[in-house]
Write a protein that binds this ligand. Structure first.
Ligand code: C2E
Ligand code: CA
Ligand code: CA
Length: 801
């Protein structure tokens, strides 16, 4: 460490001391000289007085004697005093008797003398005789400069030695200051300066030799105490910092701080790992290098937070492109100012999985997992929204309910995974037809729903638009699908409900569409049906019907009629078919045409069917007991598909037989072609079990289905009943006649008994008579009859007692 000389404390001290010494020296010397001068001057004047007094006697004598030689001697004698510049003796007549003149030599001190006391001074002494008479005058002129000359010499010496002494003192002081103060101070300062703050703990400052106990020692001690304190605090701080960074590093969140230029102040391990940064210094550069597409946005956000000093918490930000991945980060940004620099602490929380999980949850809550379409929940919400939307815009929307026909059959026969595949396939096709702002959803099973908000300004417009769209969907669905090397042609039915008509709720709207759909299915002509208010009445009717049926079942209002089955050639009774009748308390006897379709589609068929079987068996039992039931006679009972699928159907039938102690050989079950379509194996298994009990099976309505022969061959039936629709026109329509002929041929080929149903005319009977062993059933012989009438007319009379 070098200090400018003039800046050095020793110099300043020396300079001050020097000035003080010099000024004081000069003042003291001046005073001394002045006092000396006063004394000297008085002495000179005294000297002049004394000299004049000593030489006055001789001068008086010379004047008295007018002795010029003597006067001359006196003058010469006085001339020895060189400070007298003029000496003259005058007689009483003022004649000059003798004189001495010495010109005043100009000297260096003359100006000073003149300044102090004037250049010269004259003295006149009267020369007085003994009698007191003035006899002459002695005149002296004092050359003051000359007189003061010795004094000047002395004074000069005094001043000179004083100055030398003062200078010496000053010099000594400088040395003293230098060695005692400045040098140790500089050494100390150098040691202070040499402290390495970067290398903590900072080592103590060594004491200056021989200064251990003085002020410098005190300074060193204080400084060392300060350093100890500093080291201690530094260690504490370092420990805290380590703990803090441990905490920060333990966090899975990326934590870092940057200034507004992106310079990183610190960052944790998670940050390092995430950004793959090892020597990162600028965050903005880093995210750009990492290929994060939103880097500009992030920079802007950071800078805005810093500038406005307004923290931002939990903002979601996409980070796409980092390591070719995309993440969702929850960002918290807290601005702070340190060392006049605005900085921002950023905490990134990777919530990608969370968001994905949320999305997944939402997806699961709102999406159909099989097809990816909206699910029931979603469409219900969407419909609510769409209804509001239409109400607000005063426009009409349509809800289109699509139901795949026969899907259940395909699903059951082909297996569920293929069924799922088919659904997926069809839903993908349908999804392609959906236009904004329509929503397509799968309600479950094979039901789809399309909400079409704001499709028309009038009801008519909305209706025709919805119908068009529905047709488009049907066409798409109808296109053949090939799955597992098999072609499927799926048909669908559509019910449409328009909204908003009045204060309609989503539930009513759905049930309206459902009603329209059922209507479309019922009518079977044209697969699209728009809901009409009168259909609601139909729905109500069906609801009423359901509760009626339930009640009627409980009150046993269902029973049967019997229609005889005749051997055409023998014209004799071979059996009878039990046909259900509803003995309605208000409506009288109701034929199955009005309710059987509904009943077969409801669970009630199982209960009602069993009740009916019970009644039939009871009838047989009674007649058997009366000996009126021929042993080879069977009563045919219609069994619907749903009954066959009842897991305990076989058990229930057997227990009825047991109940009435009847063999199965008094019964025949009529099933339709479709009855076993959905699960052939299961149905065949049940049939076999029942056959083991003696029950036979007849295939009802033969010819109306579209079953293949190979399928029919697998059904263990021993009778077919040719449907009435073929019999109707056998005598007039050659095609029908040919059809019946081939049915008979097939049945014969399969060793089956043949029944012709609905034979009403003799012509029909005659036509049929060309074949052997034909059984007929129809109005030609009899209508279905109340059981008592049947037994009265056809069964043997009870033996008379
Ligand atoms: P189905 O099994 O084909 O029964 C024959 C139907 O044709 C009966 O109508 C019968 O009255 C009617 N019929 C018989 N001969 C003639 C005729 O010469 N001309 C005309 N026009 N009709 C004739 P019904 O009793 O109204 O039964 C209708 C259908 O209801 C039955 O057709 C059957 O499928 C179903 N059904 C009847 N009873 C039951 C039952 O107990 N259980 C189940 N599951 N279905 C039943
Ligand atoms: Ca039948
Ligand atoms: Ca039939």
């Amino acid at each position: 460490m070098t200090l400018d000389l003039f800046q050095r404390l020793s110099y300043k001290l020396a300079r001050t001391s020097f000035v003080v010494v010099v000024v004081l020296g000069v003042l003291v010397a001046s005073l001394q000289v002045y006092l000396d001068f006063r004394t000297q001057y008085r002495e000179i004047l005294n000297n002049v007085e004394e000299i004049s007094r000593v030489s006055r006697n001789s001068a008086q004598r010379a004047v008295f004697l007018l002795d010029e030689n003597l006067a001359e001697q006196v003058v010469q004698g006085l001339a020895e005093y060189r400070f007298l510049s003029q000496i003259a003796i005058f007689d009483d007549q003022n004649h000059l008797m003798a004189q001495h003149h010495q010109a005043i030599q100009p000297s260096q001190s003359l100006w000073l003398t003149r300044l102090l006391v004037g250049g010269k001074e004259s003295f006149e002494y009267p020369l007085i005789a003994e009698d007191g008479m003035v006899m002459g005058t002695l005149k002296l002129e004092l050359n003051k400069d000359r007189a003061l000359n010795p004094f000047y010499h002395r004074a000069w010496r005094v001043l000179l030695t004083g100055s030398v002494r003062n200078f010496g003192i000053a010099l000594v002081l400088v040395m003293v200051y230098h060695f005692l103060l400045t040098r140790p101070l500089v050494t100390l300062a150098t040691r202070f300066a040499a402290l390495d703050h970067a290398r903590v703990p900072v080592s103590n400052i060594p004491h200056l030799r021989k200064h251990e106990h003085d002020e410098l020692g005190y300074i060193v001690n204080s400084a060392n105490r300060l350093l100890d304190n500093f080291n201690e605090k530094h260690a504490e701080l370092k420990q805290q910092q380590q703990q803090l960074s441990l905490i920060l590093d333990a966090s899975p969140n990326q934590v870092f701080a940057v200034d507004l230029e992106g310079t990183l102040l610190f960052y944790n391990q998670a940050f390092k790992r995430y950004f793959g940064a090892d020597q990162a210094s600028n965050y903005f550069d880093l995210i750009t290098e990492c290929g994060i597409e939103e880097s500009e946005q992030i920079r802007a956000l950071l800078q805005r937070v810093g500038r406005k000093q307004a923290p931002v918490f939990n903002r979601q930000q996409h980070f796409s492109g980092l390591h070719n991945e995309s993440h969702i980060m929850q960002m918290s940004l807290v601005p702070f100012v340190s060392e006049h620099i605005t900085r921002v602490i950023v905490v990134l929380n990777n919530i990608t999985e969370l968001v994905e999980a949320e999305e997944r949850v939402e997806y699961l809550a709102y999406c159909d997992t099989l097809t990816g379409l909206a699910n029931r929940n979603k469409i219900l919400e969407q419909l609510q929204e769409d209804i509001h939307r239409c109400k607000a815009s005063n426009r009409y929307g349509a809800l289109v309910l699509i139901d795949l026909n026969e899907f259940k059959r395909i699903n059951d026969t082909m297996g569920h995974s293929l069924g799922d595949e088919l659904l997926l396939h069809l839903s993908e096709r349908m999804a392609k037809k959906v236009r904004e702002p329509e929503t397509l959803a799968r309600l479950g099973g094979d039901e789809f729903i399309l909400s079409m908000p704001e499709v028309g300004t009038t009801q008519e417009e909305a209706r025709s638009r919805a119908e068009q769209v529905a047709e488009r969907f049907l066409q798409t669905i109808n296109e053949p699908v090939t799955l597992a090397n098999q072609d499927f042609a799926v048909q669908a039915t559509v019910g449409i409900a328009l909204y908003p008509l009045g204060d309609v709720t989503v539930e009513t709207l759905l049930s309206q569409a459902d009603t329209a759909l059922n209507e479309a299915k019922r009518r079977a002509s044209g697969a699209v049906q728009v809901f009409e208010p009168q259909m609601a009445a139909e729905v109500n009717r069906l609801l009423q019907l359901e509760s009626d049926i339930r009640l009627s079942y409980q009150e046993h209002h269902f029973s049967f009629y019997l229609q005889p089955l005749i051997d055409l050639h023998a014209r004799s009774l071979v059996g009878g078919e039990a046909l259900i009748r509803w003995f309605h308390p208000m409506r009288g006897v109701v034929s199955p045409g009005e309710f059987i379709g509904f009943l077969e589609n409801s669970e009630m068929i199982n209960l009602v069917g069993m009740q009916l079987l019970d009644d039939v068996c009871q009838f047989i039992r009674r007649h058997k007991e009366q000996g009126r039931f021929p042993p080879d006679m069977r009563i045919a009972v219609n069994i619907s598909e749903r009954q066959l699928y009842d897991a305990d159907f076989v058990g229930k039938c057997i227990s009825v037989l047991r109940k009435y102690k009847l063999p199965g050989s008094c019964l025949e079950f009529e099933i339709t072609e479709g009855a076993a379509l959905h699960n052939l194996d299961e149905v065949v298994d049940k049939m076999r079990k029942l056959q083991n009990e003696g029950i036979t099976f007849a295939l009802d309505d033969f010819g109306t289905g579209y079953s293949s022969l190979s399928y029919l061959k697998r059904l263990p039936v021993n009778k077919v009943k040719i449907d009435k629709s073929f019999i109707d026109d056998i005598t007039i329509d050659p095609q029908d006649a040919a059809m019946v002929a081939s049915i008979i041929a097939i049945a014969r080929n399969m060793n089956l008994l043949i029944v012709a149903e609905g034979v009403e005319t003799d012509a029909q009977a005659q036509w049929l008579a060309q074949y052997d062993e034909i059984l007929i059933q129809g109005y030609l012989f009899d209508k279905p009859l109340p059981p008592e009438v049947f037994s009265q007319n056809y069964l043997p009379k009870p033996p008379s007692y």
